[in-house]
Design a protein around this ligand. Structure first.
Ligand SMILES: [Mg+2]
Length: 250
């Protein structure tokens, strides 16, 4: 895994905000949720991948092959993602949209489940990048998109780089908790190490900007400029988010 030794950082504004899904927008790790009785075994593999000890491609197919999630299980996971969204996730997305930002999710998770969350948050499907899982007509597992960059190590870097290239309004900021997010950091103008759910030492050591509050209102001031905050403050709809951002920053 090619982790950057040091992450560069430059101030907002940014044109595109890219969020990780698991343990960032939501408090759960999707693949661990699918594991049921094998949760311990699968979680250990996930943890080793997110801590940078195992390459993602080593564990990705292995975990799915062990679990073989049915279509119904993935629908159920989508519902759990949406129910486990962190506080102010939807309000944060609305505020960023109001400022004219492109808001994306880039995740190594299962696309069909991530879409349940992204739609709840008001993020367009075309801005969701995750891994497709396939099913037979009876709903049984039929494999995953093995060509997806996001099922490989450094895949996030590729996707974030592509989004940075297509951004014309100030580059991208990337918010995530895991080693694969850190790998994507060199393509971003800012990387926010998010430890509101899990604080991973390896990621925090290398990040310039971080947040350990389990409330997404706390990342707002890290993602927008002072002028943009003032513009949000003029719109009463954003008052609860701004109020929470002040409170949770302590
Ligand atoms: Mg994550």
């Amino acid at each position: 895994m090619a982790l950057p030794a040091r992450v560069d950082d430059s101030s907002p504004p940014y044109g595109t905000l890219i969020f990780d899904c698991d343990s960032t927008l939501t408090s759960i790790e999707g693949i661990d949720e699918l594991a049921g009785a094998r949760k311990h075994e699968i979680a250990a593999l996930t943890e080793r991948a997110m801590a940078g000890e195992l390459a993602l491609e080593e564990v990705y197919g292995l975990r799915l092959e062990l679990l073989r999630p049915t279509r119904a299980q993935i629908v159920e996971l989508g519902a759990r993602y949406a129910a486990s969204a962190l506080p102010h996730a939807g309000e944060l997305v609305s505020a960023l949209h109001a400022l004219g930002k492109r808001v994306c999710i880039v995740s190594g998770g299962i696309r069909q489940a991530v879409l349940s969350l992204s739609r709840t948050l008001g993020i367009d499907d075309e801005h969701v990048f995750a891994v497709d899982v396939f099913h037979h007509r009876d709903g049984s597992y039929a494999g995953f998109d093995e060509d997806s960059a996001l099922a490989r190590g450094s895949g996030k870097l590729e996707v974030v780089r592509g989004l940075a290239r297509s951004d014309r309004r100030g580059g991208v900021a990337l918010i995530g908790d895991g080693a694969t997010d850190l790998e994507g950091a060199p393509a971003a103008r800012r990387f926010v190490a998010f430890g509101g759910v899990v604080r991973r030492a390896l990621v925090f050591e290398r990040a310039v900007v971080s947040c350990t509050t389990p409330d997404l209102a706390a990342v707002l001031p890290l993602l927008v400029s002072t002028d943009e905050l003032e513009s949000l403050a003029r719109e009463p709809a954003h008052a609860p988010l701004l109020q929470a951002a002040r409170v949770v920053r302590g």
